[in-house]
Write a protein that binds this ligand. Structure first.
Ligand code: FE2
Ligand code: FE2
Ligand code: FE2
Length: 430
């Protein structure tokens, strides 16, 4: 099924200048992938956002604070991408919040996205209990309450039929885990059927939008770069062996695009696609990502899903219409033997082709748990075999070889820079 046929055009149609996107769209779509990781808690982020928004509005927060509550709720567990705390979080009372690292990680990484900075502090405190921190702002306490309500709800039964039990448990923690005024606001929904029915609706997009008009940002490529670098780190920091992968692919691809004649704006767009190319890996089991040895056939099949996930996620973001092909087709080969779409040369633009080469080049030169990174000569000879077999573009490979010193220099200095950042980041976990 060639469902993207009409969207692919031979002369790559790049974005130009700036474009409009709302903070809500970015957070809402990113939260979809965060939920891939915890298959037992489907739509957790969308549901928590719905509950938290309803409570915040009922409690009387002003519109700008409701907006931040919704956005932070949509991203509250984003730090889970780099930890394995998922199981513990399904217990109603987790105990000591200071032992949880996912809130610190999420907050730490989000600090770097200038337009999401206000969310960082809220996310850091989203497991704080009222009795331990009675003076903190309402937003994190409301998200904590909403999060615990969602944890209590059994996904196999309609929420409406669980309302009495849920409201009893929540009431019993008023003044302890939760702020009494927030509990009071929540209890106002107890007998309002629509609240429980909306909670079980599959898509919260329209429902959440009815509460508030979200800011529309006129994001330029620099803002997008900032956001996608953050996503790149989220992907890479899951495993020490790939801690610099996305940043190196992004910069290798951008350098290749420069020598392929792309203008400066287009080079930046290639770089953005590089940061995003493995975003689908966020949906892959951390066990496979961190496995200390070669993958079995089944694990490999699981890992290969990531390219489709990249495609799936980026398709939901309208702004990435062109970037998504460069990002999502990085495992496609010119002879149709790649995956997941098995596209052939006539469907793979220069941008897609150079991304594939940048990805293979980076992967081969990286250390893996079961092998050391390859030396440059061996890497290039493997790439030459790929080109001879009709899998990758010979002209782009020639460009890589001609500029190998510059590419290696950029790659090494970025590696050192990002490793320093990664080590800093690991301190957050302690
Ligand atoms: Fe959490
Ligand atoms: Fe949560
Ligand atoms: Fe990949």
């Amino acid at each position: 099924m060639d469902f993207f046929r009409t969207n692919i055009i031979e002369s790559f149609n790049f974005l130009s200048g700036s474009f409009l996107i709302s903070s809500f769209d970015l957070a809402y779509n990113l939260s979809k992938i965060v939920d891939f990781v915890n298959k037992n808690l489907t739509q957790h982020h969308h549901r928590v956002a719905y509950i938290a928004t309803a409570i915040a509005a009922e409690y009387g927060l002003n519109l700008s604070r409701i907006k931040n509550t919704t956005l932070a709720a949509l991203l509250h567990d984003i730090g889970l991408m780099v930890t394995s705390e998922v199981k513990n979080l399904s217990t109603f009372d987790i105990g000591d919040d200071s032992k949880l690292s996912h809130s610190k990680i999420g907050s730490y990484l989000l600090k770097e996205v200038s337009f999401f900075q206000e969310l960082s502090d809220i996310i850091e405190k989203h497991h704080f209990k009222y009795k331990d921190y009675p003076d903190i702002k309402d937003e994190p306490l409301i998200i904590f309450l909403a999060d615990r309500i969602d944890i209590l709800l059994d996904r196999n039964k309609a929420s409406y039929y669980q309302k009495d039990k849920i409201c009893d448990i929540i009431s019993s923690e008023s003044g302890k885990m939760f702020k009494p005024e927030h509990v009071e606001a929540f209890l106002k929904f107890k007998d309002k059927e629509y609240f429980w029915l909306e909670l079980d609706m599959p898509d919260k997009d329209k429902i959440l939008r009815k509460y508030i008009q979200y800011d529309i940002y006129d994001l330029n490529i620099e803002n997008i770069m900032e956001f996608t670098k953050f996503i790149g780190q989220l992907i890479d920091f899951r495993c020490s062996f790939t801690a610099t992968h996305s940043v190196r692919v992004a910069n290798t691809a951008a350098t290749l695009s420069k020598y392929c004649g792309f203008d400066e704006q287009k080079q930046k767009e290639v770089e953005v696609a590089g940061y995003l190319h493995d975003i689908g890996k966020l949906g892959i089991d951390p066990y496979i990502i961190n496995k200390n040895g070669p993958l079995t056939i089944d694990e490999m099949a699981e890992m290969r899903k990531h390219t489709y996930y990249t495609y799936y996620i980026l398709t939901s973001l309208e702004i990435f219409d062109d970037l998504k092909y460069m990002a999502a087709f990085h495992h496609e080969y010119l002879d149709g033997t790649g995956y997941p779409f098995h596209l052939k040369a006539n469907r793979l633009t220069t941008g897609c082709r150079l991304m594939t080469i940048a990805d293979i080049f980076t992967a081969l030169t990286e250390d893996r748990p079961y092998r050391k990174g390859m030396k440059i000569d061996k890497t290039l000879s493997i790439l030459e075999t790929f080109a001879k077999n009709g899998k990758i573009d010979c002209n782009i490979l020639d460009i890589l070889k001609e500029n190998i010193d510059e590419i290696q220099y950029i790659s090494k200095s970025l590696h050192n820079e990002v490793i320093a950042k990664y080590n800093n980041f690991k301190n957050v976990l302690i």
